[in-house]
Design a binder for this molecule. Structure first.
Ligand SMILES: Nc1nc2c(ncn2[C@@H]2O[C@H](COP(=O)(O)OP(=O)(O)O)[C@@H](O)[C@H]2O)c(=O)[nH]1
Ligand SMILES: [Mg+2]
Length: 200
């Protein structure tokens, strides 16, 4: 009897947790997007964009959706900090890759980094959402350029869920859709990558 009751208790208090790695070049807009996601999810917080400093460690924001927790982890994107990304790969359930769509001159560099991620065996099969950031200042062609970037490495990304969405960390455009898409794909992929569990 006790096991039944404690089993039911565990079931109803169980929280599934999914980890999303926010990756991309330095200055792509990762931390600004994360602060906006936090603001949209909680109605509070969300650092003013002009106060955001280049990320050195890791910024973590937890968003509760449909009795699940999505833990966004924003890692520093400077070249010499990218080495630590791999220590988070094994525990991640999705990648949110941010490309500064207003910066045409760094597209090739972003493509190289995304290609490298797509080749990592520890990330095999995880859904990848590519966010074309700074849509509030980019022109229409910018989103197309990010789509082309992703198409050009489609062979390497093959076999996983991939989507490109426009977004802005300043006005919040695209972010609800981004979180919804990530959660639905992580749920679909959960037989391959089960969530971590905790209880409330
Ligand atoms: N206009 C505009 N500027 C942005 C946006 N997101 C970030 N920025 C600016 O881009 C710079 C780098 O942003 P940050 O979030 O620190 O990039 P990170 O290095 O990828 O974390 C900052 O000056 C931000 O204010 C956006 O959506 N629109
Ligand atoms: Mg940052």
């Amino acid at each position: 009897m006790f096991t039944l009751v404690s089993g039911a208790y565990r079931y109803f208090t169980r929280l599934d947790e999914y980890n999303v790695l926010i990756l991309g070049l330095d200055g792509a807009g990762k931390t600004t997007l994360l602060e906006r996601i936090k603001h949209q999810a909680t109605g509070v917080g969300g650092m003013a964009p002009e106060k955001i400093q280049p990320t050195v460690g890791v910024n973590i924001v937890k968003v509760h959706r449909q009795r699940r927790v999505v833990r966004f982890m924003d890692l520093g994107g400077q070249k010499d900090l990218r080495g630590i990304w791999s220590s988070y790969f094994g525990d991640s359930h999705a990648v949110l890759f941010v490309v500064d769509s207003a910066s045409a001159d760094r597209m090739e560099e972003a493509k190289g980094v995304l290609l490298d991620l797509a080749r990592q065996t520890e990330l095999e099969g995880v859904p990848v959402l590519v966010l074309a950031s700074k849509q509030d200042v980019a022109d229409v062609k910018a989103l197309l350029a990010v789509k082309e970037l992703v198409n050009s490495i489609a062979d390497t990304l093959d076999g996983r869920d991939v989507r490109v969405l426009g977004a802005s960390g300043i006005d919040g455009a695209g972010l609800h859709e981004a979180v919804d898409w990530l959660l639905s794909r992580m749920l679909e992929n959960s037989p391959a990558r089960p969530p971590a569990t905790s209880s409330y």
